[in-house]
Design a protein around this ligand. Structure first.
Ligand SMILES: NC(=O)C1=CN([C@@H]2O[C@H](COP(=O)(O)OP(=O)(O)OC[C@H]3O[C@@H](n4cnc5c(N)ncnc54)[C@H](O)[C@@H]3O)[C@@H](O)[C@H]2O)C=CC1
Ligand SMILES: O=C(O)/C=C/C=C(\O)C(=O)O
Length: 503
């Protein structure tokens, strides 16, 4: 069973009204787009429209960037670190105080189970501000005593300065979590931001504008522009000459497009991109724990997690029992009411559902046996318009099949048996991606050896998605550029100046 800590959710809490108009937040004001254009906001659990999103034009994006640039030299730019940190801590407090509003917004946008949003998305939204408020005050900078020919010496020391105006481009799978993961440290370092949330999930970014207003954040420090990517708000923002750096989470192909836009003006980038993450299960693993952990890794958020496991390599002698345990966990997951403990949310959109179902067909064409799932589940009438797929497990796939190589981003995984540790390592690493891996074993030496052999940014042993926000987070290969988290975020969001003083 997907192990998500369930919070008590009363039925009436599940259908609270959400905003009908989702507005841009520019220079401290909620505004419609200059052209008056809107597009629908759809609840993926029902397929019904829940509101209209006001699309930002190029001129709106220009105004947001200009406001962010002005704010750098206004009251925000003049604040001491202590004053800034007090405001950022107040943002965290206000997100917690309004956690029900954030839950409503996140559930309406994504259709994800309220318990998932309550346990992961919203608490992380607050802790992303609180943690970076703490860390920015404790991060040291380097200093050297330097000998000089005249014997009097010099002192070299570094100072950190905000990088400037940061473009924050976000995906739809953990909208608040991934946006604040970038906005928290950017503001803690004294930058200003323009957020371009995914067109699928605009609500929590807009709601955060209300929070900024409530805590007294100076105008222009936090801005939100809504819209699409190419030829729209996303591109207008990332190509803007007054944007100093771009942080992005999303698809590898989008990362490539943004990189080209960033090259004009030689702007800095930090990218967290896709993955095709492996799990390796050794015969000496605690199989119960491994099946439970991998069921979370494959099915949490309906597999719409860049860290999710889509490839599972299992030592031959425990292959059958492991497959049986994982299949039982998958079968326990049902589409249905958002408060049900065994609920599995929908895909984000019909387009994404078709992409996932395309891989389900492809798997069978490539010789897979669908141990569970493989299609569309039966749902009750109220959810009939939603974007559902079944949790799906395959065996019988070749390691180099398309389904075992391309990121699917759905609730599915292929399981392949292996004979030797070397085979498992080489198959796990045989990918263009390199985001994360999990290793399941009770043998301590093997755990360290295999974890170190993984070509990834993050390797979990006997766990998955266990996050310490101080640690380096990001991917190698086509999974990203750079690391964020703790001091690594502060490296990205600051410019280091070395000062040399002759004594
Ligand atoms: N965390 C991750 O690794 C995620 C991966 N994905 C993968 O990406 C696929 C597509 O999902 P999308 O939401 O369409 O991801 P995407 O990477 O296209 O979009 C993410 C964000 O980038 C913006 N964007 C798109 N093109 C842009 C451009 N040329 N310039 C500036 N901004 C641009 C979008 O408007 C959105 O805010 C999914 O099916 C999934 O496989 C999706 C979401 C998260
Ligand atoms: O914990 C984090 O900071 C990030 C988690 C998930 C993703 O990055 C993702 O699914 O894109």
């Amino acid at each position: 069973m997907v192990q998500v800590q369930q919070l008590a959710v009363e039925p009436e809490e599940r259908n609270r009204p959400v905003a009908a108009d989702i507005l841009n937040f520019i220079d401290g004001r909620f505004v419609k787009g200059g052209s008056g254009a809107t597009f629908p906001n759809i609840d993926p659990a029902t397929g019904r429209e829940t509101g209209r999103v006001h699309e930002a034009t190029r001129e709106d994006v220009d105004r947001a960037v200009a406001a962010a640039k002005r704010a750098l030299t206004g009251p925000w730019g003049k604040m001491t670190t202590a004053e800034r940190i007090r405001l950022i801590a107040a943002v965290a407090d206000e997100i917690e105080r309004r956690s029900e509003d954030f839950l409503d917004a996140e559930v309406a946008d994504t259709g994800k189970p309220r318990a998932v949003a309550a346990h992961i998305d919203v608490p992380r939204g607050a802790s992303n501000f609180r943690m970076f408020a703490d860390i920015v005050t404790t991060l040291p900078t380097e200093s050297f005593g330097t000998p000089t020919p005249d014997g009097s010496g010099a002192i070299n020391y570094a100072v950190r300065k905000p990088k400037g105006v940061i473009a924050v481009v976000c995906p739809w799978n953990f909208p608040l979590l991934l946006m604040t993961w970038k906005v928290g440290p950017a503001l803690a370092c004294g930058n200003t931001v323009i957020v371009k949330p995914s067109e699928e999930t605009p609500r929590t970014a807009a709601l955060l504008g209300e929070v900024m207003d409530a805590v007294g954040m100076p105008t222009g420090v936090y801005n939100v522009v809504h819209g699409f990517g190419p030829g729209a708000a996303g591109e207008f923002l990332t190509a803007h000459p007054d944007v100093d750096a771009i942080t992005f989470t999303g698809e590898t192909g989008t990362g490539q497009a943004i990189m080209k836009q960033a090259a004009v003006g030689v702007r800095d980038i930090s990218f967290e991109l896709g993955g095709k993450n492996p799990a390796i299960v050794f015969a000496d693993a605690d199989l119960e724990k491994a099946a439970e952990g991998i069921s979370r890794a494959a099915f949490l958020n309906s597999g719409q997690v860049c860290l999710g496991t889509e490839r599972v390599y299992v030592e031959q002698s425990v292959f059958e029992p492991f497959v049986a345990k994982l299949a039982a966990a998958a079968r326990a997951l049902k589409p249905g009411d958002k408060g049900d403990p065994h609920y599995l949310g929908p895909m984000i959109s019909e387009e994404h559902r078709q992409k996932v179902l395309g891989y389900y067909e492809r798997a069978i064409a490539e010789g897979a046996i669908a141990v569970t799932g493989g299609g569309v589940p039966n749902v009750d009438a109220a959810a009939a318009g939603g974007f559902w797929v079944e949790p799906t497990i395959w065996t019988g796939l070749a390691h180099d099949s398309t389904v075992m190589r391309e990121e699917i981003f759905g609730p599915c995984c292929g399981i392949i048996p292996f004979d030797t540790e070397d085979d498992a390592i080489s198959w796990a690493n045989d990918t263009d991606y390199g985001l994360c891996a999990t290793v399941w074993t009770e043998n301590l030496s093997r755990a360290h050896r295999v974890a170190a052999a993984m070509s990834v940014g993050v390797c979990w042993v006997n766990c998955w998605f266990l996050r310490d926000l101080r640690t380096a987070f990001g991917g190698s290969g086509q999974s990203g550029i750079g690391r964020e988290g703790g001091a690594h975020s502060l490296e990205f969001y600051t410019e280091l100046e070395n000062i040399c003083v002759k004594i």
